[in-house]
Design a protein around this ligand. Sequence first.
Ligand SMILES: Nc1ncnc2c1ncn2[C@@H]1O[C@H](COP(=O)(O)OP(=O)(O)OP(=O)(O)O)[C@@H](O)[C@H]1O
Length: 628
Amino acid sequence: MTSLSVDPKATDATKAAPGKSRAEKALARFHEEDRLGEGLDTRILAGLWPFIRPHAKWLVISLFLLLAGSGLAVLQPWLMGRTFDAFDQPDAARTLMQMGALILVLKLFEQSIAFPQVYLMQLAGARAAGDMRAHVFRFLHTRRLGFFDRTPVGRLVTRVTNDVDAINEMFASGTLNALGDLVRLVLIVVVMLQRDWQLALITFVAVPPVALGVMWTRRRIRDAFREIRVKTARMNAYLNEQISGMAVVQAYAREEKSSLEFDDINEAYRQANNRSIVFDAALDAAIELVQSLCIAAVLWYAGVRSLSDRVSFGTLVTFVAYIEMFFVPIRDLSARMTQLQSAMAGAERIFQLLENNEEDAPVPAASEGQAEKVEKKDESIAFELDHVDFEYKPGVPILRDVSIQAGKGEKIALVGATGAGKTTVASLLLRLYEAKEGHVRVFGRDVKATQRDELRKKFAVVPQEVFLFPGTIASNIAAGDVEVDEARVVRALERIGALDLFERREGGLEAKVEERGSNFSAGERQLIAFARALYRDPPILVLDEATANIDSDTEARLQKAVWAAMQGRTALIIAHRLSTIRAVDRIVVFHKGRVVEQGNHDTLLAQGGAYARLYQLQFSRGEAHAAE
Ligand SMILES: Nc1ncnc2c1ncn2[C@@H]1O[C@H](COP(=O)(O)OP(=O)(O)OP(=O)(O)O)[C@@H](O)[C@H]1O
């Protein structure tokens, strides 16, 4: 796809930022996205086409009906004029009845095609937008984690919601009706000129000032809308922050201060809205005024001219009707242009996102031949880091020359100060990130040469911060399975000794899990994560032990869960509890991204090195007693 880069010039939001705090500037930059696009952009339209194409037939029918509707709308005042002209003809009564019937039929026809026209246009738009949302969501699933580290969540959510909606709006709000408006304008101009060119010119004199006025006002309205979007985003961000941090707000009696802050944000939002309302109302009133002036001018001129050349009654009726139809499309054209620009800007941002090439490669990165080369067929090794260097950000090394091997069934503990790089090792094994140097192998195969799904099926991860999805206890334990296998859920819970704990809850295993598992304690969430690991029953368990304090009953259950989960499989434990550390086969000690010691508890203790110091530190804190 060609590059659809965004114009880098600063926007109002960033220009308005001098002297502001860093946070405010960052916020302003974030809202910079509210800029509008360049109107019709063929590259963007080409990018949208694959989403529209499957629904294009509805769009074509709708546009055809739109053009037909525009023609019918213009035909009626013309017929009306002919009807009035027939008044002084001898067979006026018959002509009037015929024309009346014809106008009625045309009106009915026009109205009856209006429904399918609007419906089909919106249908095509809603379906294309739905496909696009699904596409972007699937695309996000296939990005590497590093991409999410760098991209704010809010921005990605906006791509799937607001930006796609902006494209949908193009269909829903009738932006494409601009085509009908244009046809209508051209037809009106032609009929007016043909009917009476002098009266037509009187009307057209008003067009340039109206067009200029509309453009000026629209620009103000557009600025006001942009301001509204910025204020809305600010309000959303503030509400999000306040509601998420409600516990702190209440605990520190911050309600009054928060209310004052919110009042400011609310007031700014109201004022931005006010500006758009004022300009919108003024524009409507001005258009009405111009229409009335045009009608008055036409009537006046017809009066003046009637001294020498009588203007027919029918012509006057036709002109009055056309003038009423004439300025509305001019007013709407610019609003539709704004909507189109907004849709193009939304589409451009989506395409920029879709250009990201950090794919979480589903298939082996190396060709088959290369894959063979990196394979190391030692069936007894479950996983291995072979002289691995790694950095999250270029130039900031996190792991340096790390080599760790785990034999099948071996239990390995990683210990070290916080930030030493232990969790990173687990992420590399799952190929959530890729090593800069060296090799990461799982069952003898380089992770880069393994199918993503095949690799990840070999692991169950119990993270420090367990993430629960809304659903039930059972559906969370069976995470990843569309159909929950009840018997397996029960067996998994039994094995970690937590079945009774969850069955006691109201609703049992079908008890509701709220968003992010907020109705479960940290310990309970950990237990669910252990059950999840056992349900999956993979050959390797990765356990990032939680450091949070939990009550002694849950602690005992967790201990049991750890042992149950480790049974019969290889385990990599990022260990914090001494009881866990002492019972593993091998301890790997990390310091600033390097492996500084390896061995079992007794050997390392006897060495009196880094591990012995860490152990003494924890022991002196009294944790060792708890672990006895
Ligand atoms: N996604 C990330 N992007 C950038 N830097 C990161 C990322 N994740 C971790 N780091 C940094 O990498 C270093 C190692 O982090 P890691 O989580 O592996 O440490 P750890 O030893 O597991 O720490 P802890 O015991 O606190 O869990 C830290 O300095 C951390 O700030």
